[in-house]
Write a protein that binds this ligand. Structure first.
Ligand SMILES: C[S@@+](CC[C@H](N)C(=O)[O-])C[C@H]1O[C@@H](n2cnc3c(N)ncnc32)[C@H](O)[C@@H]1O
Ligand code: SF4
Ligand code: SF4
Length: 409
């Protein structure tokens, strides 16, 4: 029995720690169960962080154009979520896969490194529902990966932030779609009165705590008819806190794919009038991006894509991507897809990644997957920074500015 088979057996016998999700929305996972704490002094963590980012910058600048191995992996740790956003369907996934164990993740981390991955985004669903999230971060960080965390922010506390940064989170991405509590609740599909305040407090805590660790804080806002008028307010909120904000347009796939993390609910599709407003707002954002002291994390090129998307034929998001070659997706049951909007590749899992990347069949399979998808927009940013030097430098510059801004607060 190989290492993977024995882990699977432990998994099915319940011997590993999988009981990790709260049973209800009320439930709060106990994040204090992680093992040994990172005892490195804060300034060392900070400088290691800067060094890693500099190395990634050099790597993308020098090798980006000739990449044929993924530099980036996105990991949906779970499809469960404590929010119910109408634009997203991860929380509707009824498979309830309990996710990989830490030992399985160690194999995944090793194999990601083997195929060339430098940077890993931990996402979901809601990644913080996993009570051993600090340990999860440590697993990928100790394999030498730059670890990003994407969260809705509801479960983030100052204490958890400290432990996440100490365990090796390089950057944290927090979704924030509105500064109006009613709109926030509507978009996120929640009724709880405390959610809005908790998320705002998490963002403020992240802006503060991250300073000690040289970590980036990015707000993620998906624009649609409900919040299209809030762009300037959200931008000011981010800038005042010294964090970056990325504005994206809502993406709705035309078909009802169960595997696309975006929902194809027709109620979410922007109307003709909404599209006109969205186009205008992306034009304003392009002008804002051109200013030297910007707090925008998205590049001009991506903003132009969103502008053109809302200006062009309804719903067409197709483009010529390099999914699989430049980035790759790990899903909760351990399967691998080329991106978060396509179905897993038959028989490919985190444990067979290195052989697969060396096999001759790979190109044909990637091609087939890319042809079967509904297209996307926000994933394009993963390619733009590898092929367009001004995209990469523009992002690096905005990032450095945000670090300086936060240091001064
Ligand atoms: C799927 S969520 C997972 C991480 C975490 N639960 C969160 O909300 O940040 C990742 C991001 O996708 C965005 N998203 C959800 N539905 C979308 C859609 N239809 N189009 C574009 N982005 C979407 C969310 O707003 C969030 O910023
Ligand atoms: S967008 Fe994030 S917070 Fe909203 S339902 Fe999807 S996974 Fe949950
Ligand atoms: S174009 Fe299709 S295959 Fe390529 S990244 Fe987007 S959704 Fe994935």
């Amino acid at each position: 029995m190989n290492e993977y088979q024995s882990l699977k057996q432990n998994n099915s016998s319940g011997a590993t720690n999988f009981d990790i999700f709260p049973k209800t929305f009320e439930g709060k996972p106990d994040h204090s169960v992680d093992g040994s704490e990172q005892r490195l002094p804060d300034f060392l963590i900070k400088w290691a962080n800067y060094f890693d980012k500099f190395r990634l910058f050099l790597y993308l600048a020098l090798k980006g154009r000739s990449l044929n191995r993924p530099y980036y992996a996105h990991y949906q740790i779970t499809r469960r979520c404590n929010f119910r956003c109408g634009s997203c369907q991860t929380w509707q996934d009824k498979t309830f896969h309990k996710g990989l164990s830490l030992d399985e993740m160690r194999i995944a981390a090793r194999n990601f490194r083997k195929i060339g991955v430098k940077c890993l985004a931990l996402s979901g669903g809601e990644a913080l529902l996993r009570k051993d999230i600090v340990e999860v971060v440590r697993v990928f960080r100790s394999a030498g990966l730059i670890v990003r965390l994407q969260t809705n922010g509801y479960l983030l506390t100052e204490d958890l932030l400290e432990r996440l940064f100490r365990a090796g989170v390089a950057d944290i991405y927090i979704s924030l779609d509105s500064l109006d509590q009613q709109v926030f609740n509507l978009i996120n599909g929640i009724e709880r009165s405390d959610a809005f305040d908790r998320v705002l407090n998490s963002i403020k805590a992240a802006a503060k705590v991250s300073r000690r660790y040289g970590s980036g804080v990015f707000l993620t806002t998906v624009l649609r008819n409900h919040n299209v008028k809030e762009v300037e307010g959200l931008y000011k909120f981010a800038k005042d806190l010294g964090v970056l904000v990325g504005f994206y347009g809502i993406e709705i796939p035309p078909s009802d794919s169960q595997l696309n993390i975006r929902s194809s609910d027709p109620g979410q599709v922007p109307s003709r009038e909404d599209r006109i407003e969205l186009k205008k707002v992306f034009r304003r954002l392009i002008a804002l991006r051109e200013k030297s002291n910007t707090a925008l994390s998205v590049s001009k090129k991506l903003l132009e894509d969103f502008r053109d998307f809302f200006d062009g034929p309804e719903g067409d998001m197709h483009w010529n991507c390099n999914a699989g070659d430049m980035y790759v997706e790990l899903v909760p049951d351990g399967s691998i897809s080329v991106c978060n909007a396509t179905s897993p590749i038959d028989g490919l899992t985190y444990e067979t990644l290195p052989e697969f990347y060396d096999s001759a069949a790979r190109d044909g399979i990637f091609k087939q997957k890319r042809q079967s998808c509904d297209g996307c927009i926000c994933t394009r940013q993963l390619e733009y920074i590898t092929t367009d030097f001004s995209d990469l430098t523009g992002k690096a510059y905005a990032y450095i500015l945000s670090l300086i801004r936060r240091t001064r607060l």
